[in-house]
Design a protein around this ligand. Structure first.
Ligand SMILES: NC(=O)c1ccc[n+]([C@@H]2O[C@H](COP(=O)([O-])OP(=O)(O)OC[C@H]3O[C@@H](n4cnc5c(N)ncnc54)[C@H](O)[C@@H]3O)[C@@H](O)[C@H]2O)c1
Length: 343
């Protein structure tokens, strides 16, 4: 496909508004934008100079629009399966916001739909894989700077209180939209990506002290075992009294990386020639860009225009959610859970 033939539709204009900007910055033609909330549709439409005839409150208009061939789906998680299935059946390439889905049944449904439509490209939007500090960490791990990994930890600490204060019936309060899948999937996906493998055993604990709006635990701690004798830890808190952060520490046999998604530097400890660890880290500057929608769109467009393989494929999305579901199950049962990554 040539860039001039790529026509983009965007469904859901919360995060979708950011993706819209990413698509416009890339130079893609916008076919139509959609939001069921007419106010949001108008605001985002006007902000981005999308003419009225290219705005709709019904995503079926995007489904039925023959010109649109690439769709960014950024609706509430509960709707992803039905809409992905419909978009693929209509022959659209799809980039779907994380999490892929909220239940095993829906994950399997989406995987099946993607497999049934090899003519359509599918990408899961795990945007953290484009966060500059995380990309830098991945390079240090892959080039051997910190040696062999033995312990990796990350967290998703985000106070959802303001979102619920604005609207207590926010779709995030649905019991099936547990914060571990909804937000924690960022930290789980980050570790899966940095390690390059899936946690085979998960043991977790949860508490509920912060968010009266939800029935699920608002804080969870998971201990994981990765292949290669690597230990993992994920902390998720959706009511924490602090700024949104994904603090991350990666320990290797030759060094240690300490970084997050909000700081403009990362700490890199590297062993010296005598085999001793540095007591002070090298401070490496990094760009702060927690929602790097421009690079995420570039990866999607690259797959369509330059026939590049999509690394963040449907299986990546499904495996990340499967690991999150294991955290939830273990928190409830107190037992070790062995996730099933067969999709
Ligand atoms: N990648 C990230 O860092 C990140 C951050 C936030 C949210 N998300 C994900 O993005 C998706 C959207 O979340 P959000 O924060 O933008 O939520 P939001 O509630 O702010 O926005 C969702 C929008 O979708 C609209 N909508 C709902 N149903 C629709 C439908 N059937 N057709 C068209 N529009 C519809 C709503 O009116 C709303 O404007 C979710 O999957 C969420 O998990 C990802």
């Amino acid at each position: 496909m040539k860039l001039e033939n790529m026509v983009v539709g965007v469904i859901g204009l919360g995060m979708g508004a950011l993706h819209l900007k990413g698509a416009i910055a890339y130079g893609a033609k916008i076919g139509m934008i959609c939001d069921t909330d007419p106010e949001r549709l108008k605001t985002v439409g006007e902000e981005n100079e999308i003419p009225e005839e290219k705005r709709t409150t019904d995503y079926h208009d995007i489904l039925n629009n023959k010109e649109i061939n690439a769709v960014i789906l950024a609706t509430p998680d509960q709707q992803h399966r039905e809409q992905v299935e419909a978009l693929l059946a209509a022959g659209k390439h799809v980039m779907c916001e994380k999490p892929l889905a909220l239940t095993r049944e829906d994950l399997e449904g989406i995987v099946k739909a993607v497999e049934a439509h090899p003519e359509c490209k599918f990408m899961i939007g795990q945007i953290c894989r484009f966060t500059p500090a995380f990309v830098q960490a991945k390079q240090y791990i892959d080039d051997g700077t910190i040696g062999e990994l033995y312990f990796v930890e990350s967290e998703y600490a985000h106070d959802y209180v303001r979102m619920f204060e604005k609207n207590p019936k926010n779709w995030r309060s649905d019991p099936v939209r547990n914060g571990v899948v909804g937000g924690g999937c960022h930290a789980v996906d980050l570790l899966r990506w940095l390690v390059g493998a899936d946690p085979s055993e998960i043991y977790a604990h949860g508490t509920h002290k912060m968010l009266p709006y939800v029935e699920y635990d608002d804080a969870n701690l998971a201990i994981m075992k990765f292949p290669g004798d690597i230990m993992g830890k994920v902390f998720v808190s959706t009511g924490c009294k602090r700024g949104y952060t994904m603090r991350t520490c990666i320990y290797g046999t030759k060094g240690t990386l300490i970084f997050d998604n909000k700081s403009d530097t990362m700490e890199v400890y590297v062993m010296n020639e005598e085999g001793h660890g540095a007591s002070t880290p090298k401070i490496v500057p990094v760009e702060v860009n927690n929602h790097n929608a421009a690079e995420e769109f570039r990866a999607f467009a690259d797959a369509l225009i330059n026939e590049k393989e999509i690394e963040m494929n449907v299986y990546e999305g499904a495996k990340t959610v499967e690991a999150c579901l294991a955290i939830i199950e273990s928190s409830k049962t107190g037992k070790i859970v062995y996730p099933n990554y067969q999709f």
